[in-house]
Design a protein around this ligand. Sequence first.
Ligand code: 3PG
Length: 213
Amino acid sequence: MTPQIASEKNRALCLMAPVVPVLVLDDAGQAAGLARALVAGGLPALEVTLRTPAALDAIREMASVPGGVVGAGTLLTPKDVEMAKAAGAQFGVSPGATDVLLDACEANDLPLLPGAATSSEAMRLLERGYTVQKFFPAEANGGVPALKAIGAPIPQVSFCPTGGVSLKNAPDYLGLSNTLCVGGSWVAPKDMIAAGDWAGITALAAEAAKLQR
Ligand code: 3PG
């Protein structure tokens, strides 16, 4: 898959809802319930981070939930890409980008939302054809003013800022012309997942889905 096609696919993904939930699952048995709760609240695009032993099984479980589009986050290596694809991930997300990782995603037909934190990183990805990128770590990296400033000279790149984004600051990001959506874990808190509080998570998702952009 070319970077251009990957970018178009991820642009469409980012436009599905204003927030992409960033999910950390310790128990794949909770994956389907969690995915159903988030989809019911209006957040269909779901990023499962490959940070726990349960992550790949969670992606497998979520892939069959109607209305959801499940991707794998924290992709670092070609092996991660292959395992995510085999588990049924429909997109990938990475904190940064290396040529090795980009090559692997392109070879495996996994549309990657690659991370960039600086103008040079965004420009390098743009040179390769990636016009949709993740701004990471958003808050630690200067937040809304930094992303706005990057957008002035590089308006061709659209972003999904992630990292430290919350219900409170999401509207400021979503108001930027170079922001398509935001990523965040606040819609699926660890304690609510552990408790299986799906109604509570649907309520958080519904609140997030109403954010304007
Ligand atoms: C992460 O690193 O887990 C993601 O960027 C999500 O960050 P958040 O927990 O600050 O939303």
